[in-house]
Design a protein around this ligand. Structure first.
Ligand SMILES: [Zn+2]
Ligand SMILES: [Zn+2]
Length: 252
């Protein structure tokens, strides 16, 4: 009689606590899913932005950047219901610093909780950093008189990520390497897409890379045939960014 009551008690106990235990385990599982997704998102945002910041010196606009981040996050996190990038600003200045990059990602993670409290959570991550643009942040703004000064606006060529020298267009260092260009419908007509990196789907307005002296082909960023590339800039701009004239061609 006593032992029967005990058995009944254990059964009752199990009936009450087992579901709670299972729900507890599942809930921990869902928290882990939310945390790991949020951490993934933060890591990918930092990774993409650090590449962008490193190229900021030779890159005047980054219109395709939010789309690129979005595509990566979507691909890496399949539990995401939707994602949007918000407030993207590239190389802007506030009162103390220039070359700032800022953006945020808003996203929703789908959940199928055993207890229907909610079926998704919405999160937002924001990131702000400074692009590598070659200027120091001493806090003093450029005076208006400097903007009116007539500098040497002749065009020279620099390797934004490799060299410290500026060159003439005809210099062999320039002609042997690719030139960074903005993809326009006209460029698309005049140049053929590279057969290795297949840049057909690169959106208009993005940077592509062309070898002007050899074969009218354009490449996407990261194509292994484009190891180094040049960009053009005004001579005074190059000097102020710390570039010095090339010894071979004498600069510009
Ligand atoms: Zn040179
Ligand atoms: Zn290519």
């Amino acid at each position: 009689m006593i032992s029967n009551t005990k058995k009944g008690y254990f059964t009752l106990e199990a009936a009450i606590f087992l579901p709670i235990f299972i729900i507890g385990i599942l809930t921990i599982g869902y928290f882990m899913k939310i945390y790991s997704t949020a951490e993934n998102v933060t890591f990918s945002m930092i990774d993409e932005t650090s590449h962008l910041a490193a190229q900021a010196c030779g890159r005047k606009s980054a219109v395709s950047f939010p789309e690129k981040v979005k595509a990566r996050l979507r691909e890496e996190n399949n539990s995401m219901e939707w994602i949007k990038t918000v407030n993207f600003r590239y190389l802007y200045s506030d009162s103390r610093k220039d070359g700032l990059i800022i953006f945020g990602c808003r996203y929703r993670i789908a959940l199928s909780l055993p207890v229907k409290l909610t079926d998704s959570v919405e999160l937002e991550s924001r990131l702000k950093c400074r692009g590598f643009i070659g200027t120091k942040t001493d806090g003093t703004a450029m005076p208006f008189s400097d903007m009116e000064k007539n500098g040497d606006s002749s065009i020279v060529w620099v390797f934004p990520m490799w060299g410290e020298k500026f060159h003439k267009e005809s210099c062999r260092f320039v002609t042997a390497n690719a030139v960074q260009k903005v993809l326009t419908p006209r460029l698309k007509r005049e140049y053929k897409p590279c057969e290795l990196c297949r840049p057909e789907d690169v959106p208009i307005g993005s940077y592509v890379y062309c070898f002007l002296r050899a074969g009218n082909v354009y490449h996407r960023q990261g194509c292994h045939t484009v190891e180094k590339y040049t960009i053009e800039m005004e001579k005074e701009d190059a000097l102020s960014k710390g570039y010095r004239p090339c010894k071979t061609c004498g600069g510009g």
